[in-house]
Design a protein around this ligand. Structure first.
Ligand code: GAF
Length: 376
């Protein structure tokens, strides 16, 4: 695959990024989340090559790597591991179906910015290989194999939300997903005169993966302590707040903060969904601001850049809600902004942000699109 420019693909897959309106860090705690696929995508071009070798080229990194299907080992480069992991898990579940392939991948999603370029890549690889080799993967398999690749090859012990949204996204709709039993329904994204604006901080603090995994452990240990007295409590997000307040003071103070955040955010997500259903966007937006406070103060996954942008949004008249989005420690804020104020908001935020941090902000408006699909 030395000539990428004249690459003749057999199939093209488009795989979107995702946003999450509210319900952050709840997926691995069995809570409610409200994500959606967006109109920005990763594109993957595939063809079979009749060997046992797989050649992968990333246009964004201008990096090529190759591996043999019979020798799959974790790589030092993160983007390699998405391929290696997904191929590994497909091969385990459906032995001898995948043959050698060439793949070119290009992303219009900002990488490492909280819009889940990683889930887009994993699910796009799974979808592409499924089509190329007629494997017959179900959507559920694509979701769980992609999540497993992230756990075991990339090392982030993520929940299911991102892969779920990337696969099941539906144009114009949010997904109200209960991560405990994975039941879901589509909810029209009726934001009327408000646009969804993402402000990419262009910072990605390197604690992100280790702190993410630590939060998960803290929540698991908090739940275990609750279960010592209340064995019937199986799902952290569903534990009544009175129980959290009774058990919490006996725990490490950070653990108490984490579990308090989880039960409060779950209640907020339910309240926000109800407000949205009633068309009460002001209450919905207020829930976004409160979600950010919890993420910043109790869950401690924000950073000065994100806090600065949310504070700025609070004082801007045309913005009804704003918070950090995704795993945190950098990436984007999500903002609901009155359509006729979008330009002014972006201009004000860009200027203030560059004055404060000497970093350029990358703002963009997103629309809600469909999930991963075969284009040709
Ligand atoms: C990351 C993870 F991949 C998701 O599973 C989710 O936990 C999210 O952070 C926080 O809500 O995107």
């Amino acid at each position: 695959m030395s000539d990428y420019k004249n690459f003749e693909a057999e199939i093209l897959v488009e795989s979107p990024g995702r946003i999450n309106l509210i319900g952050e860090h709840l997926d691995y705690n069995g809570g409610q989340v409200l994500p959606a696929a967006i109109n920005l995508k990763v594109r993957l071009h595939f063809r079979k090559n009749g060997s046992s070798k797989c050649n992968c080229y990333s246009k964004n990194y201008d990096d090529h790597f190759a591996f043999d299907l019979n020798q799959i080992k974790i790589s030092e480069k993160e983007w390699h591991n998405y391929f290696l992991g997904v191929v590994h898990f497909i091969d385990q579940a459906h032995p001898n179906k995948i043959g050698g392939f060439d793949c070119i991948v290009e992303s219009e999603l900002p990488i490492g910015s909280g819009v889940s370029s990683s889930a887009a890549l994993e699910c796009g690889i799974a979808k592409g290989l499924d089509q190329l080799f007629s494997i017959g993967l179900t959507d559920d398999e694509i979701i769980t194999m992609s999540r497993d690749a992230e756990h075991h090859f990339v090392g982030t012990k993520c929940g299911i939300m991102d892969q779920f949204a990337v696969v099941r996204g539906k144009k114009g709709n949010l997904i109200r997903l209960d991560c405990n039993d994975q039941s879901y329904k589509y909810v029209p994204a009726d934001f009327n005169s408000y646009a969804i604006v993402l402000l990419n901080t262009n910072v990605s603090h390197n604690l992100a993966t280790s702190e993410y995994n630590l939060r998960r452990q803290e929540c698991e240990s908090g739940l275990k302590s609750i279960q010592a007295k209340y064995p019937g409590q199986k799902v952290l997000a569903q534990v009544p707040e009175e129980i959290v307040n009774e058990i919490g003071p006996g725990l490490a103070s950070k653990t108490f903060d984490r579990i308090r955040y989880v039960v409060q955010e779950n209640a907020r997500t339910i309240a926000a969904s109800e407000a949205l259903a009633k068309g009460d966007l002001m209450t919905f937006g207020q829930n976004l601001f409160e979600s950010h406070s919890g993420l910043s103060q109790l869950y401690e996954v924000s950073c000065p850049e994100l806090d600065f942008l949310v504070d700025l949004a609070k004082s801007f008249e045309g913005v009804i809600g704003s918070r950090m989005m995704g795993g945190g420690f950098g990436g984007c804020t999500i903002n609901l902004v009155q359509h006729d104020q979008v330009d002014a908001f972006i201009a004000a935020a860009s200027q203030a942000y560059s004055e404060k941090f000497n970093i350029q902000l990358s703002p963009f408006t997103v629309a809600i699109g469909d999930g991963v699909k075969l284009v040709s």
